[in-house]
Design a protein around this ligand. Structure first.
Ligand code: SAH
Length: 202
């Protein structure tokens, strides 16, 4: 069984920590009321695709022989890169959840008593959690020796990121107006802004 191969085991341990982190921080938000939800068909399709590529395919690859037709080999050094990326992604995922607190949602939602988080890992970038998920997906691709279980999630998450991020920023601007626009002018999306340029985007 693939789970017994060392790099697969490394990924699996990281995966358990990743899911555990989400559970630990999502739990307290259960009773935090939503005041707005902007979820359309494309958001639902992409979220379902994330579940398939980020959960179902790795589980099938690790615990069954069903995906073995798509196995391939990667050089050892790429697996080591995957491990470094995985560790950084897990740290950033934890920190972004801790900093966002009760403002967190799995999708595009505004909470009752929502406020703009600007501290911690949100001080220089607006989407540290998406950066963490993107990096975790890349680590998945570099650790699992399988085209489907490894790479599908990278493409699905890239699509989700490209479609969702501007919508999320529009929703937050609609609610917070100038306060969020000022925050945008001081930060980058996933890379810190080197120079402050008012009213522009990165
Ligand atoms: N895009 C952020 C948050 C992802 S969770 C990140 O990648 O870190 C998604 C929810 O977070 C959205 O529904 C939105 O309401 C909320 N959100 C996003 N940025 C926020 C911020 N700076 N302050 C408060 N809430 C935020």
């Amino acid at each position: 069984m693939s789970i017994l191969q060392p790099w697969n085991l490394v990924f699996f341990v990281g995966f358990v920590i990743y899911v555990g982190t989400r559970g630990r921080f999502a739990h307290p938000t259960r009773f935090n009321e939503n005041v707005e939800r902007r979820v359309d068909g494309s958001e639902k399709v992409l979220l379902s695709a994330m579940l398939v590529s980020g959960l179902l395919l790795p589980v099938l690859y690790l615990f069954t022989p069903l995906l073995s037709f798509a196995n391939y080999g990667l050089p050892e050094w790429l697996h080591w890169c995957g491990l470094v990326i995985l560790l950084f992604a897990l740290w950033l995922f934890w920190r972004s959840h801790a900093d966002l607190g009760l403002n967190w949602s799995a999708t595009l939602e505004m909470r009752k008593d929502h406020s703009i988080t600007r501290h911690g890992v949100y001080r220089r970038i607006r989407h540290p959690m998406y950066a963490a998920i993107g990096l975790f997906s890349l680590a998945q691709a570099l650790l699992l020796n399988n085209w489907l279980a490894g790479w599908c999630v990278v493409f699905v998450f890239a699509m989700l990121y490209v479609i969702r991020t501007p919508r999320e920023e529009r929703m937050l601007t609609d609610h917070f107006g100038k306060e969020y626009q000022d925050y945008m002018s001081e930060t980058g999306r996933i890379f810190p802004r080197l120079f402050t340029r008012r009213g522009s985007d990165s």
